[in-house]
Design a protein around this ligand. Sequence first.
Ligand code: S3P
Length: 170
Amino acid sequence: MNSIVLIGFMGSGKTTLAKALKNDPAFETMTFIDVDDHIEKTEGRKISDIFKADGESYFRDIETKALKDIAGDERTKIVSCGGGVVERAENADILKAIGTVIYTDSAVTKLWDRVGNDPKRPLSRDKEAFLKLYEKRERLYRSAADVIIDTGNNDIKKCVGLIKEALGIS
Ligand code: S3P
């Protein structure tokens, strides 16, 4: 089976869904990788500190580098990406090279309710900017995705079922 890559806006449930997939017998042999965790480990500091000290552009550089590292890891895996992974056009090809790309789609109002003002998320501090960012990224997620899953209106169990159906797993 191909590796699975989860993309989507902050708060859309990528990491929760990735963990639920990992707990399903169909995917249990896959390795789980969270791109933000990978970055924090490599850098030895938190995402919020990286943004504060070196800015978003630096973060995007190391995010692309992390994706390349992960693409070079030959294990079959479930990869949960940070919400801004579609910000750099070159990342779309890296995501495709890793595996099947799944977009976790949810209404932006629900996303703000879940993660608005989260201190760990530097780009969720201002509602107006959050809404604008979502508007800009939505079509990027859609065009990068092989499969779209509505995580806003389905519980996790249902989302796992929808993914298995989309991948042709019974
Ligand atoms: C970001 C989302 C975050 C993290 C960073 C930037 C973004 O990940 O990568 O704060 O640009 O949307 P989550 O989507 O897991 O919150």
